[in-house]
Design a protein around this ligand. Structure first.
Ligand SMILES: Cc1cc2nc3c(=O)[nH]c(=O)nc-3n(C[C@H](O)[C@H](O)[C@H](O)COP(=O)(O)OP(=O)(O)OC[C@H]3O[C@@H](n4cnc5c(N)ncnc54)[C@H](O)[C@@H]3O)c2cc1C
Length: 507
């Protein structure tokens, strides 16, 4: 297969890029699972944008920089907040139906935002509405083709060409694709952890593939843990949006005591990392497996109408939000770091681009401001698409070289548990060293390709990248907290950059 452009991933970033690329040639969008299985589809709370009458781009910028804890790339933040309003207007023109009230678009407020600037759709299905809109637009171009159930295994980069080896689940065979340029839009890496809000597809494939191909990976130690994921036996770690606390939800321990006032003056609306650590501390202190999110004092009809998807999902697992406090605990949620790019999605490898959660522009710094990532996908996905159009069509060889396939024999669930315990919300040097040692232990290497082993290889490599960079960052900042270095240190006000050939540096 030789499209002009290959887009790996069909979330908001990949779809938005495909729309731009349609002007430049044939586009092939591949997705590992169905086109509907992505973090984008599960995004509930909303998309942040400075569009309301009392808001300003500068305020959105300030809030993003503050959340990023000294590590945001200022140019990236400026680009996000400045281009955000036009990007949203365009989505509306393409048919996105954001919720409205009597005064127009309905903006809600989320933690660490100084204004009400979060747009939502169908209450708590914002990502699904944006992805639906973008898919419809992208699919309206005859030169944009989609392949679902097609997992990219490795990037093929040789002599300035780009491509990928992918596994076609329907045909049960591997296929080679070469193109003028490749976009990694593979989303996050939550599935590297035993507890995560992310869908099954989020195994960090893009970071692992890029790493193997020699790309620079930046700030990968910064993983955001969402404080409130559903904790019910047999249920997935379904996210209970911050907006529930924004609307008055209270956190209690199993004695019924509100505990957040002991940890932060903003109580339930403290920054995510603070709430997540407070919950872990409270669970340890009271020796309980979770805490309770209490919404029982709020009106049941309001809850059902404002959060229809959350309400129905909790009911399915036997929890009635209007009557039962919900058992919750933190879970891995969002990767601030990823494949290092400039503001147009360019990586350090010619013809290889990245956008969305897999990329690291530096826009989130050490901690992401809630609801900034859908906006990131839309803004930086479009920019990457435009930049890729410039990739020359000359001298693209028909075939590229692939690395021989090797994968570790460690069971994936063991690795995920290890990463959760040692590279999770609270870290320390000894734990991180132990994680590295156990991940590096010789447990055998498999050269027989299977889709499962491909994922195991990616989980293993991403876990090692997180552990190594978390060990090298001897401070606590944003979402990265170390008990042996509990404060921020000026010498680490830098991005970590790690690559296969050059090791780790801070810059
Ligand atoms: C439960 C939940 C709630 C969230 N709520 C919000 C919110 O309210 N607001 C907000 O701004 N952000 C939210 N986020 C974060 C946000 O949804 C994501 O950061 C964003 O949608 C990522 O978009 P993306 O296009 O980069 O990746 P995704 O939407 O995750 O798409 C990734 C795509 O890559 C494909 N893929 C992955 N690996 C491969 C491979 N090897 N080969 C082929 N295809 C591959 C997948 O199949 C998928 O199509 C939430 C995330 C979750 C999980």
């Amino acid at each position: 297969m030789t499209p002009d452009f290959l887009v790996i991933g069909a979330g908001v970033a990949g779809l938005r890029a495909a729309i731009e690329l349609a002007e430049g040639g044939n586009v092939l969008v591949v997705a590992k699972d169905s086109l509907q299985e992505s973090s984008s589809q599960y995004a509930q709370g909303g998309i942040a944008v400075a569009l309301s009458d009392d808001d300003e781009v500068e305020l959105h910028e300030q809030d993003t920089l503050y959340a990023g804890d000294g590590l945001c790339d200022r140019a990236a933040v400026r680009t996000l907040v400045e281009e955000g309003p036009a990007a949203i207007q365009q989505l509306i023109e393409w048919g996105a139906a954001f919720d409205r009230d009597e005064s127009g678009l309905a903006f809600t407020r989320e933690a660490a935002h100084s204004r009400s600037r979060v747009l939502h759709a169908h209450g708590d299905s914002t990502g699904r509405e944006i992805a639906r809109t973008l898919y419809r637009r992208a699919a309206s171009f005859p030169n944009v083709t989609f392949h679902s159930y097609s997992a990219a295994i490795d990037l093929l980069l040789d002599d300035g060409a780009a491509g990928a080896l992918w596994y076609d689940a329907a045909a049960q065979s591997t296929v080679t694709i070469t193109a003028r340029a490749v976009l990694l839009a593979t989303g996050g890496l939550g599935r590297v952890y035993a507890n995560t809000t992310n869908p099954d597809v989020a195994t960090g494939d893009g970071v692992a593939m890029a790493w193997r191909a020699g790309a620079e990976i930046s700030d990968i130690e910064f993983v955001q843990f969402h404080p409130t994921a559903l904790h019910v036996e047999g249920a997935p770690r379904f996210l209970l949006s911050e907006a529930l606390r924004g609307e008055g939800g209270l956190l209690r321990n199993h004695s019924g005591e509100r505990f957040m006032e002991r940890y932060h003056k903003l109580r339930e609306l403290a920054p995510r990392d603070v709430v997540a650590r407070a919950i872990v501390t409270e669970m340890q202190r009271t020796d309980t497996p979770d805490v309770l999110l209490d919404l029982t004092h709020l009106d049941g009809t309001f809850l059902r109408e404002r959060f229809p998807r959350i309400f129905e999902t909790c009911l399915r697992y036997g929890v009635d939000l209007s009557r039962d406090p919900v058992p919750v605990r933190p879970a891995a949620h969002y990767a601030m770091g990823g494949v290092r790019t400039d503001l147009d999605g360019r990586t350090n490898i010619a013809r290889l681009f990245a956008a969305g959660e897999v990329a690291s522009t530096g826009v989130h710094g050490a901690n992401r401001l809630a609801s900034n990532s859908l906006l990131e996908g839309v803004v930086f996905g479009a920019r990457a698409g435009r930049a890729m159009r410039e990739a020359s069509s000359k001298s693209v060889p028909r075939t590229c070289r692939a690395e021989p396939f090797t994968a570790p024999c460690q069971p994936t669930h063991e690795m995920r548990q290890l990463v959760w315990e040692r590279c999770g919300i609270v870290r320390c040097g000894d734990g991180l060293r132990l994680a590295i040692q156990q991940l590096e232990e010789e447990r055998g290497i498999s050269t027989a390709f299977t889709p499962e082993r491909t994922e195991a290889r990616n989980v293993h490599q991403v876990a090692l990248l997180i552990a190594r960079c978390a060990l090298a960052r001897e401070e606590s900042r944003g979402a990265h907290f170390r008990t042996d270095f509990p404060v921020k240190r000026a010498e680490f006000e830098k991005h970590s950059v790690i690559s296969k050939d050059a090791g780790i540096r801070f810059q």
